[in-house]
Design a protein around this ligand. Structure first.
Ligand code: COA
Length: 337
């Protein structure tokens, strides 16, 4: 449940992002599976996505390091000033060490607390809400929050895997949060939700044990994204709209009082359904799925960083971060900047 949280304030003082250089276009997908660019654009709004160059060592840790270094430079803060590093990811380089530990070491943050949080595509929004609460508790002053995933290594780029293959891309974004004496700044309301029963609609099995009841075991599906596109679509449209309504209600605001809806980019039709329902003008809901696809935990901070780079967000703005994804999970974090 959401709640209003007391002083001190929390300020977002910098943002950064990193996208792998390699572009996987719809034309590339037409080469390796039965699909058409027209079908993909019409159903999802996606024209291309980025793919980490694993053969040359590009992975979740490396793009996370670039994103947080860009955010630190933007905030004019040294890595040694961070007192906590939280990384939202479901695709760490390996089960351990965490991306948090790798990144804290590589950027020279010292022996600060560092960890990963897995809530799939909702991970960054959940982590942002937790970081706000940790600063307001008085325990931390400057927290780095990263959302990063390289999910394309779990994609089957053949016709059998085309439902998921067309959607996903790799990317990372990061924000620097700092305690502020201005108590009007920071999170105003938030929601975090999960429904483990819906986990069967979007999962990555690694063995027979991971196949949900009713889905026959097939070894060739292991370590690839399995998605019931229709079920996820229905869930996303429904929960996305519900969580916007609930968060506005919690904060006592109307949709037109929010300056930006910073949304997880899963499918342009899902974003459009929320825009229509709440009468959100296009300039308040940035869509960049056309060139990046669905970058899992990376997608929300990538949108924020793009808005910040182009000076479209200003101190005092109210911004609602929103996401939904595997787990199933969904949530929001409404901030005054
Ligand atoms: N290219 C061409 N045809 C495809 C295709 C592809 N990449 N993927 C599926 N099809 C075909 C299907 O085989 C089916 O053919 P049929 O009618 O002959 O059986 C037809 O297109 C419709 O398939 P369906 O799965 O019902 O399509 P859809 O309209 O639901 O679109 C998604 C598929 C994946 C684009 C859509 O379901 C979606 O976006 N779901 C949400 C996924 C999501 O957001 N996941 C991440 C959450 S964080």
């Amino acid at each position: 449940m959401s709640d209003t949280i007391g002083p001190p304030g929390v300020e977002i003082i910098g943002s950064g992002r990193c996208l792998p250089d390699y572009k996987l276009t719809n034309a590339d997908l037409e080469e390796c599976m039965e699909t058409s660019s027209e079908w993909i654009v019409q159903r999802t709004g996606i024209s291309e996505r980025r793919r980490a160059d694993i053969a040359n060592g590009e992975r979740t840790s490396t793009i996370s390091i670039k994103a947080i270094n860009a955010a630190l430079a933007d905030a004019k803060v040294k890595a040694s000033e961070l007192d906590l590093l939280l990384v939202a990811t479901m695709t760490p380089d390996s089960p351990t060490p965490s991306i948090g530990c790798i990144v804290a070491n590589e950027i020279g943050a010292g022996h600060i607390g560092a960890m990963d949080i897995n809530a799939a595509c909702s991970g960054f929004v959940f982590t942002l809400s937790m970081a706000d609460a940790m600063i307001r508790s008085g325990a931390y002053k400057t927290i780095g929050v990263i959302g990063a995933d390289t999910i394309t290594r779990f994609i089957d780029y053949s016709t059998a895997g085309r439902g998921a293959a067309i959607l996903f891309g790799d990317g990372a974004g990061a924000l620097i949060l700092r305690r502020s004496n201005d108590t009007s700044k920071g999170m105003i309301a938030h929601r975090m939700h999960s429904d483990g029963d819906g986990g069967k609609h979007l999962f990555i099995p690694s063995s027979e044990l991971d196949f949900p009841e009713g889905v026959p075991y097939d070894e060739s599906l292991c370590n690839t994204v399995q998605m019931n596109g229709k079920a996820v679509f229905k869930f996303a449209v429904n929960k996305f709209q519900q969580v916007i309504a609930d968060t506005l209600d919690d904060a006592g605001l109307t949709a037109d009082e929010v300056d930006h809806f910073i949304c997880h980019q899963a499918n342009s039709r899902i974003l459009e359904s929320a825009r229509e329902r709440f009468g959100i003008p296009q300039e308040k809901l940035l869509v960049n799925i056309d060139i990046y696809g669905n970058t899992v935990a990376g997608s929300v901070p990538l949108v924020f960083a793009e808005l910040a780079e182009s000076d479209r967000i200003r101190p005092g703005d109210k911004v609602m971060f929103l996401a939904f994804g595997a787990g199933l999970t969904w949530g929001s974090s409404l901030w005054q900047l």
